[in-house]
Design a protein around this ligand. Sequence first.
Ligand code: 5GP
Ligand code: ZN
Length: 115
Amino acid sequence: MSEDCLFCSIVSGDIPATIVHETDEVLAFRDLNPQAPTHVLVIPKAHYANAAELAEAEPSSAASLLTAAKEVAVLEGIAKSGYRLVFNTGKDGQQTVFHVHCHVLGGRAMVWPPG
Ligand code: 5GP
Ligand code: ZN
């Protein structure tokens, strides 16, 4: 739990979110500003600033995050049609919330390169 962290406040229930999947370790909820028909954020409940910090400090949680992302794709009905997992990291990655989150995007064809 980190003070003044938006996603820690979602984990604690202080800020509401539409939760689609939850385990002891991770939480998945709908993005407030969806960029695709399915746009879900998957986060570890513990606070790490980005994917690199999570991978270094808690590799088993990083694995749980990917497992949860797969589960979200199944629950959202996009596992077969396909989807994109994104970890925006740091300034050039355009990260805006510094609690690691995996974007699960699907329900339409993605474009490449992502821009
Ligand atoms: P980033 O830009 O850091 O990769 O992604 C942050 C994401 O968090 C954005 O897609 C943004 O729409 C989403 N977001 C920002 N504030 C909130 C919020 O209060 N609730 C939810 N559910 N999503 C949020
Ligand atoms: Zn946090």
